[in-house]
Design a protein around this ligand. Sequence first.
Ligand code: ATP
Length: 209
Amino acid sequence: MIGILGGTFDPIHFGHLRPALECRQALDLQEIRLIPLKVAVHRPQPIATAAQRLQLLAAAIREQADFVVDTRELDRSGSSFSIDTLTALRAEYGATMPLCLLLGADAFAHFLTWRRPHDLLKLAHLVVMTRPHSAAVTEPALVALERQHGTTAPAALAAAPAGYIFRQAVTPLAISSTQIRQLIASSLSPRYLLPEAVLALIERERLYR
Ligand code: ATP
């Protein structure tokens, strides 16, 4: 079973890394694929270049062998739609490998605005990671989707290639890339919110000032 975490990673921080590691361990995922987006669909475009974000990601996971950076969205032209990424991963891993798309509860709240969300659930499970300050799901269609696809059994994920929605409680870390960029822009240190090696690169490249 494979874990997939897509994001802007502008920059990567402990709020990405720790919850992903906890999902890996709780669900016994073989690896976590971190997939930086090229062109955002539902949010402002990243500040750092693709090459810079890749460098930061590489620095963050250097000592974690089961975390890998996957550049397929950067290598593809045009908008970064998850459905295209999952279609490609499904082709690579074959029809039976369980694929788990990890996402924060804040991202899940907008899931039905994604391109072809129902088809996406045919390609992967959704693992929704608890995130502080994210609102409870109230949108009737999303509540219904979770009622239809929800499971509380990790074994169900391993037994099917796709189709379940599972909530994974993770250590709540109220860290965001926005907060880190704002601290730097205000000449305040973001130290201890992200790996030291990532901070060193940000300082060397004078990013987010
Ligand atoms: P920004 O502040 O620029 O919007 P972000 O910190 O939300 O960025 P992204 O790279 O956009 O980071 O997030 C990628 C994925 O990681 C999303 O699914 C998001 O919900 C999740 N995520 C980000 N931060 C956390 C966190 N602190 N706890 C749990 N999940 C998180």
